[in-house]
Design a protein around this ligand. Structure first.
Ligand SMILES: [Fe+2]
Length: 108
């Protein structure tokens, strides 16, 4: 993989900036896959509950879909707990920050 030429921001070149932007674009294209991996990871969390967080998330999205909610709402229902392990007291805010560029403020 190509690397930037600088160690101090003041030494960054135009070529470095193009390289960084291309990498950011690549990261953005891979976001859906990372989000689905985060949903799959919810299988590991269940605690004393009768269903895992994965099952809970699938139930939430299924119920939203059956209730006629739009795709943004269903996606948010599926993803709503992906931040629970890292932000147990503010995971709703965490996933809202992830979704904000892609969905309406109402869904966030
Ligand atoms: Fe939940």
């Amino acid at each position: 993989m190509a690397m930037v030429s600088y160690t101090r921001m003041a030494d960054m070149t135009e070529a470095d900036l193009r390289l960084i932007n291309a990498d950011a674009d690549s990261d953005a294209r891979e976001l859906p896959g990372r989000l689905m991996n985060a949903v799959a990871e919810l299988e590991r969390f269940q605690g004393p509950l009768k269903v895992s967080r994965l099952e809970h998330s699938l139930q939430s999205a299924t119920r939203a879909s059956r209730a006629g909610k739009d795709k943004e709402y269903v996606a948010a229902a599926l993803l709503h707990d992906i931040g629970d392990a890292l932000a147990p007291h503010s995971h709703g805010d965490m996933v809202a920050a992830v979704l904000r560029p892609f969905v309406s403020e109402r869904v966030c």
